[in-house]
Design a protein around this ligand. Sequence first.
Ligand code: MEV
Length: 439
Amino acid sequence: MTTPISGFSKLSKAEKIAWVTKNFTTNPQQAAKILEMYWNSDEKVQRLHDEFIENTITNHYLPLGIAPNFLINQKMYALPMAIEESSVVAAASKAAKFWLNRGGFSAKVLGTEKVGQVHFLYQGDVAKLHGFIEKIMPKFHSDTANITASMAKRGGGIRNIALRDLTHKMDHYFQLHCTFETKDAMGANFINSCLEQFAQTLSSEAKQHTAFSKTEAQLEVVMSILSNFVPQCLVRAEVQCPISALTLSEEMAPQHFAEKMVRAVEIAKIEPYRAVTHNKGIMNGIDAVVLATGNDFRAVEAGVHAYACRDGAYSSLTHAQINGDVFSFWIEVPLALGTVGGLTKLHPLVQLNLDILQNPSAEELMQIVAVAGLAQNFAALSSLVTTGIQKGHMKMHLYNILNQLGASEGEKEQLTAYFKTHTVTHRGAVDALNTLRKA
Ligand code: MEV
């Protein structure tokens, strides 16, 4: 077993690589070469990436694709998508093109409220605690004035601070449940800085509050942190068209197609096993744009899935309806996104992707990302209720299989043509390549 190392972060990049490849790879020389292969040739760009995190040894890339032809609120967009799954960008592009000729997508932000909490323990008279919080409320604001000043200039800041009594869930447990408006910033740093100041104010003011007994004055802050559950930071995106315009499948009449789409969504609403996969498909679109724009996809994932089970059972994020001869399909998702701060100005590719999106505000980006999720779900469901998913997926995956088999460019071209009329499977690709090579 390798002996633990101390001071790893103090080693140079070369020393880190030497240590990890020697101790944890079967071929250290080759491993080092692979790591080096992914370094950026521009030293300045590489240094920037090195400094994003600790102990950087190389970059881990994902393909960045473009899904064009998205008409959102009557404005055209090309969506940058960072994702490794072969069929996602193709599916998004297909859905975008389909809706382009049917009025496009409409999207609307329903709320932008962010949340943070100071969790603390208090043993004593609850009425006295309420009186105390009321008394020090102005102090929460004045003590954070230096943190909130520039946010206030942009129209954001602290919206509300409320005392919550949660002693029915845990002995002595209270919290300050705080809401914020962070405008174009995702706002995590802003919120956490405010919360940590609230916590300090809370503790120090409690010590001096003469109405408190000795025990009451010792209220204990457990932690202060933003919440990634943001049900009031919500966006809705929708498509709608006459049923007769749902001419997606040659084999299936539009009315039948519309009914199957509604049924598929209904199943995802009532059946968690299906809902998780249904929503995973939505996240294919959402995460890809979130990543490309330098946003925190883990925060988005956590918040979205919590929202999907806000009523106690995990359910679909999308909805579908037939009303007379009109088919509607929509999504409502919480998305805490930023277009300033974080990586946005720092990461050259993120900055470029935001430029491709015509430098959206955070609210505009929320709409774009919700549309990406809706488009992805529309594409997935329309395949699932017609041909099945594998046909399109394996067509896109064929290149991965051929690359894995070491096919040349010429072989790839010939086999792509061959598989236009044959079902793609891994075995089929191996056999076809062998046949080609023998010919
Ligand atoms: C695959 O990444 C996503 C799908 O499974 C989504 C779905 O089933 O709706 C195709």
